[in-house]
Structures are given as C-alpha cells and as structure tokens.
Write a protein that binds this ligand. Sequence first.
Ligand code: ZN
Length: 322
Amino acid sequence: MDKHYVGIDLGGTNIKGGVVTASGEVLHFESIETEVEGGRDHVLDRIGMLAGKVRDAAGLQPEQIAAVGIGSPGPLDTKRGIIHEAPNLPGWINLPLADEVRRRCGYPTFLENDANSAALAEAHVGAGKGTQCMIMLTLGTGIGGGIVLGGRVWHGADDIAAELGHVSVKYDGIPCNCGSIGCVEAYASATGVVRRARQAIEQGADSSLAGADDSLTCEQVFRAAAAGDRLAQQVVDDTAAYLGTAIGSLINIFNPDMIVLFGGMTNAGDQLLVPLRHEVRKRSFKIGADRCKIVCSRLGAEAGVIGAAVTAMQALQEQREA
Ligand code: ZN
C-alpha cells in the first residue's frame, strides 16, 4: 500500500495541515489558529494534534502515514530540524522543532523554510511541473523566495539561499529590515507599495487615494490603478519595474525555465505582469528572457502544506539511500 505524508504549514496566525499522497494530491486539508498567546508548548501540542486530526479525517490508519513535513518561517537549520528564530513566534529561539513534533505525533519529522516549501510544491504539482530550474517569489508583507533545481530545493552552504527579497535593486536605496539598503523587498513588497503610495500622496500628487487613513492597503492601491488613478498606476508600474529588475538578474544568473509569482499581489494579473515582463526584457539576455516563462502560482492556500509533505517524502528517501 502506498504511504501518505502529512504536511504542516506553520504561521504566526494559522497552522495549516493536510494529508498528501506520494503524487502530491491533497486528501484532506484544514487550518486551525496557531494560538501563539498560549505559549510555545501549546503551539507544539497543536501541531501534533493537527497531524493526527488530518490523518483521521482522511480516513487513514496510523501506519499509512510515512512522515511529517513542516514548512516554517526561519531562519532554520533544515538538516538538524532546528528553528533559529521566527519573528511571528515569540520566544522560538534555537528550538528543535522537528524533534518536538516527532515526539508528539510519532512520525519521522522534517523541516523546511516556508517559502521553499511553497516553491517545492509549485515545482512538483503546480505551474512549474516538469521544470529543471524554477524560481518562486512570494509577494506579501515581505518578499520571500525559493529556488528549485532538478526538483530539489537549493539551500546553499548555510541554509540561507534564495533570500530573493534582498536582491538589491538600488545601490543607494532606502534601508531594508535585513540591514542592507535598496533591497527589492523595501520597494515592491505590499509594505513597500503602500509606503511609496503614501509618500507620493504626501508630496501632493492628485489621487483618489488622497485622504486615505493609516489603513491604506496594497490591494487598494492596485484597485485604484485599475480604475485609472494616475498616481496609483505610477506606483504599480514602479513596483513592476523593481520586481522586473530583480527578476532580470535572476534570469542572468540561473537561466531558469520559469519564474513563479505567489501571493495576493498576483491577483492584479496583467496589470502587474505586462510591465514586469517588459522590464525583465530590458534587464536580461534575450535567450534567457525568451526561455523563461513568468507566471502566477496555481496552488494557493494549500501550497505550503503540499511542499512540506514533498519535503518529508524527499528527506525519507534520502535517509533510505544513505
Ligand atoms: Zn533586505
């Protein structure tokens, strides 16, 4: 009988869990609140509980699960299953997360960075299926990334590869949370979009967004652009240019088959993609730009869970081969 895998996508607000088959099909998926305020052990107990709960809901026996994979915010040590620090999970410092979850659910447990997990899922069952070199950018409050080469996540020497939000697009740019300056995240993340829109409004530009209070969102800026607001259109075009600049460099370095964009901002579709592709062409070698498809993710909310399950599958396979 084929074994199945449990994938856990750990976030500061929700923990998503699912049972995934060896071919990447989700048999059961659900999301529970993280309840960070209950403390570290409480959250660990909830992860262990969710693993059993989704297995039971999928109608499986305990022995039908081969392993558990967890996609977690980092930085992490994926080989040792340790979470060094997680900004949304206060007090989670150098925590042996894989061991703690293994103890609670009884299955071999493996850890992967959350953005890498989403990229792995996309390369296995999503838009990037069949690619040899796929790069994903996750566009949210910040910008994350994942590089999948030959179906495997590229971790680099210290597990910190694919910090694609911190590709510099302006050598004398604004400060970034990472300590550097001019990172693409500082400009083209949802936070960066709102900051630039606000700045333009403060400088007196005429806009339907003028008078927007502190609750102005990235989505509102994109919606105003779609409705013809000039200021918002400029902000969106600049966002595409910043992203296109970073992606052009990635194409020159990796010569990827595909770049996948993931996250709420991709709802803008061609409004973002058309100027972005235009910028990429200006910034990369023609052969590489012709080759590389730039598309939006197909997987949505289940991506992290599928990727975590694929992580567990690959790790178990590696252990067997060793
Ligand atoms: Zn940075």
